[in-house]
Design a protein around this ligand. Structure first.
Ligand code: HEC
Ligand code: HEC
Ligand code: HEC
Ligand code: HEC
Ligand code: HEC
Length: 370
């Protein structure tokens, strides 16, 4: 149903999955109907992928963009820009424009690009998942567009675009903004509000967020945020991308920050049993049972509160840069279209140069307007 159902919308109001109660008082997730099941049979649509992959992190389920957050790595992938009303995380509402994507507008589906055959998905080069399907070497913008994609462009700067592609990832000029879940505090359960059923995390959701730019070569990466707090997820990376010599290009990322409990004894974030955290709002039990189940703590039963009082457990930030690949812009919406576009990089405004490691002498010339 999740992948092949056409009409399945989570079974709750507004395309959300909700908790229902049967005649015996037992709770269960809202489900698909028989009519929904009869729509299974065709290829996986973009809407089906977006049941899980809208924006990054979170818990809400919905295929139609009514949600503010969902699983892991999400995507902005709509044919036309639209205004989204969203909850910033604490019940406050805000509005932002979500950029369209040239491929969505051309009718290309997620599966057209991502299907690897045999029910596997092509992962990109900055995946943050432990489970892998396939990470093909030649899965990037150039595998379809070649290395001189601007040859037939009529833009006077077309030589600059192709030249700059030696050190800028295509996404750097072709994706302008990002959004979704930007911060999650996992250190205490927050009581459900509105029509929510479970305890949650304290979240911050923002759209129209400027990307952060870092050097990345397809394997470097996982620890870019190391000075501010590592992102210990994902098997790839573990080293910095460099300006020269390792094939890195300047690449746009979304910054995602999480606050977790860290135990110095086993050197990792404290894992939870989610039932205790989300259903009962009981952090202590969730942590005690979670660590016991992990096998990371070898000195008897784990006592979260006690270790916290000794200072062995403390709140710790994790900074995870997530690579941007969708929300692709063309024409005047791509950076560099005209001198104003060149100067969104070649000036001292904005955060483009922040993490790139250029010396102040170099910046003096690079930040000169074109
Ligand atoms: C035009 C082709 C295209 C379409 C359409 C497309 N993608 Fe992608 N996607 C890519 C490419 C190429 C990459 C990886 C780029 C790289 O690693 O350099 C990528 C990366 C990703 C990533 C990043 C994670 C990673 O492994 O690095 C996710 C998640 C993703 N796509 C999901 C989706 C979803 C969901 C949709 C539809 C809503 C979609 N994509 C539509 C081409 C596409
Ligand atoms: C039922 C929810 C669900 C659906 C539907 C779904 N995905 Fe995923 N996807 C996930 C989860 C969860 C992960 C993370 C797996 C992990 O952590 O190992 C993931 C991982 C990925 C990744 C790698 C991202 C990363 O962080 O490394 C890509 C790419 C991807 N999915 C593409 C797709 C495409 C394309 C579709 C539609 C054909 C799709 N997914 C449908 C839940 C879903
Ligand atoms: C699976 C092949 C494929 C991949 C991968 C792919 N594209 Fe495309 N792209 C296409 C197709 C097909 C079109 C539509 C062409 C058309 O309608 O003229 C397109 C259109 C575009 C356009 C608009 C062209 C125009 O004439 O206005 C841009 C810009 C673009 N892609 C950039 C990118 C970037 C950046 C990436 C990497 C994030 C990427 N593409 C990845 C196949 C791909
Ligand atoms: C320095 C910024 C920059 C970089 C880097 C860049 N592009 Fe572009 N690209 C542009 C701009 C701006 C346009 C729009 C030009 C116009 O419409 O006048 C464009 C247009 C395009 C088009 C449409 C071409 C046409 O004939 O109209 C495609 C396809 C494309 N880019 C793909 C890519 C790919 C693939 C890469 C990476 C290999 C890339 N771009 C790197 C700025 C850039
Ligand atoms: C996305 C950011 C970005 C955009 C947009 C951009 N540039 Fe650059 N440009 C750079 C970076 C980064 C370098 C330095 C690369 C290096 O390390 O050699 C650079 C270098 C240059 C250089 C050579 C070094 C110098 O100081 O003169 C020229 C010339 C240049 N850019 C012109 C342009 C023009 C013209 C445009 C608009 C068509 C443009 N750039 C758009 C990021 C950008």
């Amino acid at each position: 149903m999740l992948c092949h159902g056409i009409t399945y919308d989570g079974g709750g109001p507004d395309g959300l999955r909700t908790v229902k109660t049967d005649a015996n008082g037992t709770s269960y997730w809202s489900m698909a109907t028989l009519e929904d099941a009869q729509t299974v049979g065709d290829k996986v649509t973009t809407e089906a992928c977006k049941r899980c992959h809208i924006n990054t992190g979170g818990k809400v389920f919905s295929p139609y963009g009514t949600l503010s957050k969902a699983f892991k790595y999400g995507t902005d992938f709509v044919a036309e820009s639209y205004e989204l009303n969203y909850d910033t995380g604490d019940g406050t509402m805000a509005t932002a424009t979500i950029d369209g994507d040239v491929h969505a507008a051309a009718g290309i589906t997620c599966a057209d690009c991502h299907y690897a055959g045999e029910h596997k998905v092509k992962y990109g080069h900055h995946n943050v998942s432990w489970a892998h399907d396939i990470v093909p070497d030649d899965f990037n913008c150039s595998s379809c567009h070649g290395n001189a994609p601007h040859a037939s462009s009529e833009n006077a700067f077309k030589a600059t675009f192709d030249g700059h592609a030696d050190f800028l990832a295509c996404q750097t000029c072709h994706i302008r903004s990002t959004g979704g879940l930007v911060f999650r505090d996992l250190t205490e359960p927050i009581e459900p509000y509105g029509n929510q059923h479970f305890y949650g995390f304290r979240d911050r959701v923002e759209y129209g967020v400027e990307p952060e730019y870092r050097w990345f070569n397809g394997t470097s990466g996982g620890w870019e945020g190391v000075l501010e707090g590592p992102c210990p997820i994902g098997p790839r990376g573990g080293k910095w991308g460099y300006r020269r010599g390792d094939g890195s290009k300047i690449t746009p990322f979304k910054r995602y920050e999480a606050r977790v409990w860290f135990d110095i004894g086993f050197g990792n974030a404290v894992p939870y049993i989610l039932k205790d955290f989300l259903v009962d709002g009981d952090l202590e039990t969730a942590a005690d049972k979670g660590v016991d189940a992990s096998g990371w703590f070898s000195k008897g039963a784990y006592d979260f509160e006690f270790r916290k009082s000794l200072g062995l457990v403390f709140a710790f930030p994790m900074i995870c840069p997530l690579k941007l690949n969708h929300g692709v812009q063309s024409g005047k919406n791509a950076l560099g279209y005209d001198t104003a576009g060149c100067n969104s990089c070649h000036s001292s405004d904005g955060n483009f140069w922040t993490y790139l490691g250029y010396s102040s002498a170099e910046l003096q010339s690079l930040q000169k307007n074109r």
